[in-house]
Design a binder for this molecule. Structure first.
Ligand SMILES: O=C(O)CCC(=O)C(=O)O
Ligand SMILES: [Fe+2]
Length: 226
């Protein structure tokens, strides 16, 4: 446990940004890992298979992605529901329930999120798998047509989640150590904050989370108005 001894209380990082350590219990993490493995298996061999996206810039991400609800086409940077003959699969209800619970827990920490708790309709779940050592550059989640908060959960290896300004990808930023079961929500005035994962820490997970290596991040988004 690399982060032993540091502050692990629920924290408002800045307006609209909440970190709730250990929000998701271990049996639930394990159940989700199994469920998401099954979801990935169903899409294997299709254009929506879990894959490391090659962006239209030509670069390939080091993170595997699986899309539920809507599919973010990494060649056009648009959400679609179909690729060729393949339809996107729905976000399972138990995941939606977790998203709602996560937002409520976060709103107790960052009151700027409070107005969304009665008007939140997530319609997309992005499942990221970080193989040992994978990272993600600073970016905005900018392709949704709503400003609903982003609700996200970490499972597996420890990681550093970096969240900066809404204006640019440079300092100042906050680095948040995420452990398995941690919840991060960003919305309100920081919905468009640049964020990324500069570091994942291989070999730090406890296998009771359901993973033998790497890290899963589940990110809930509301792409369309309700
Ligand atoms: O893995 C994380 O913690 C961040 C993931 C993310 O920002 C994204 O997939 O858009
Ligand atoms: Fe993101």
């Amino acid at each position: 446990m690399l982060f032993h001894g540091i502050d692990r209380n629920p924290a408002k990082i800045k307006p609209g940004v909440a970190h709730v350590p250990g929000w998701l219990d271990t049996p639930t993490q394990q159940g989700l890992v199994q469920q998401l493995r099954d979801e990935a298996r169903l899409m294997a061999g299709t254009p929506m298979a879990m894959q490391k996206p090659v962006l239209k810039s030509g670069g390939q991400m080091s993170v595997f992605m699986l899309n539920l609800g809507h599919f973010w086409d990494h060649q056009t940077y648009r959400y679609v529901d179909r690729m060729g003959a393949t339809n996107v699969r729905p976000v399972p209800q138990n995941l939606l329930d977790i998203a709602h619970g996560g937002l409520r827990a976060a709103a107790d920490v960052a009151e700027e999120l409070q107005p969304w708790t009665t008007n939140y309709h997530p319609d997309m779940a992005l499942i990221n798998f970080y193989p040992p050592g994978a990272t993600m550059g600073m970016h905005q989640d900018a392709y949704e047509t709503t400003f609903a908060p982003i609700v996200s959960l970490s499972i597996g290896d420890e990681a550093v989640f970096r969240i900066g300004s809404t204006e640019h990808r440079n300092k100042p930023w906050d680095d948040i150590a995420l452990l398995s079961g941690d919840l991060v929500v960003f919305g309100g005035p920081n919905r468009q904050a640049f964020h990324g994962v500069p570091e994942t820490r291989p070999g730090t997970l406890d296998e009771s989370c359901g993973l033998k290596e790497g890290r899963i991040k589940i990110t809930f988004r509301q792409v369309y108005p309700h």
